[in-house]
Design a protein around this ligand. Structure first.
Ligand code: G1P
Length: 295
């Protein structure tokens, strides 16, 4: 039987964003603008670039602006049409028609694994992608596309991995890898947020996953782990007992916009890439560095 196409993505976006207070006190962190788009729009666009057209966003309390963002806004469209602002009008319509976006509430914030398990009914017996809304990839969807290709080749789950120094590994899921090639490993074991001395390698799990539907059975077996939460990493460890899992290793382009410094980095890189803003912004940065004696 041919491996089914991956057409669905699940984006957990129910977190409280405590690392980005006070900006996230009254608005979801996924709506923080990076240049002029909310963070989650980059994630949705990445999914669409990788050929996904059915997106389920797992939300929680206070996330209504997220739904409004991807919905039509007839009042705004009417206003833009009246003013002859055709470019903006087309952009707003395209945004609402980019993909089929569905929402489900997590209910209780019991952890990332629990958030993904809420997607079971929607996903059914299909492979799917999980994209963490905090992680923005500045790579034109290349990593996700390569992960989906790897799934298509092996018919098995694939997690995104990047190398981190031992001092930072405790912030992530970490794998015990068996190297297959430069970009690909087989995952022999996986552990959530290990102490540096217990880390099986320096390869950390990044916020992109392709899963076979068996991950849902695995999630049902998982008990609360690190932080008292149902961890997705622990479900991958359970899945490993019955299915091979692969790791796709990439090097650049990921920003954790839930972290203030990474948020600033993402903003600068994305602004520099923009045709309309990039050249002027570059001149400003150079001038600023000179003025401050940083160059
Ligand atoms: C989550 C996952 C972790 C992964 C990380 C990537 O952690 O639990 O395995 O490495 O995302 O960003 P969190 O950032 O929610 O603590």
């Amino acid at each position: 039987m041919a491996t089914p196409h991956v057409t669905k993505a699940v984006i957990p976006a129910a977190g409280l964003g405590t690392r980005f207070l006070p900006a996230t006190k009254a608005q979801p962190k996924e709506m923080l603008p990076v240049v002029d788009k909310p963070a989650i729009q980059y994630v949705v666009e990445e999914a669409v670039r990788a050929g996904i057209d059915d997106i389920l966003i797992i939300t929680g309390r206070g996330k209504r602006t997220l739904e409004d963002h991807f919905d039509r806004n007839f009042e705004l469209e009417y206003y833009l049409a009246q003013k002859g602002k055709e470019t903006e009008l087309a952009e707003m319509k395209a945004l609402a028609e980019m993909a089929d976006i569905h929402y489900v509430r997590q209910g209780e914030p019991l952890g990332l694994g629990h958030a993904v398990s809420v997607a079971r009914k929607h996903v059914g017996d299909n492979p799917f992608v999980v994209m963490l809304g905090d992680d923005i990839m500045v790579d034109d969807g290349v990593v996700l596309t390569e992960m989906i290709d790897t799934y298509a080749h092996y018919g098995r789950s694939v997690v995104a991995l990047s190398e981190f120094p031992a001092s930072e590994i405790s912030a992530y899921g970490c794998v015990d890898p068996e190297v297959i090639s430069d970009d690909l490993v087989q995952v022999r074991g996986i552990v959530e947020k290990p102490a540096p001395e217990d880390a099986p390698s320096n390869l950390a799990v990044m916020g992109r996953y392709v899963f076979t539907p068996e991950i849902f059975d695995a999630l049902e077996q998982v008990r609360p782990g690190v932080g008292g939460e149902i961890q997705l990493t622990d479900a991958i460890a359970v899945l490993l007992a019955s299915q091979t899992v692969y790791g796709w290793v990439f090097r650049d382009g990921r920003y954790d916009i839930g972290k203030k410094l990474d948020y600033l980095r993402a903003t600068v890189e994305l602004a520099l890439e923009r045709e309309d803003l990039g050249p002027d912004f570059r001149d400003f940065l150079v001038e600023l560095l000179d003025k401050r004696g940083l160059r």
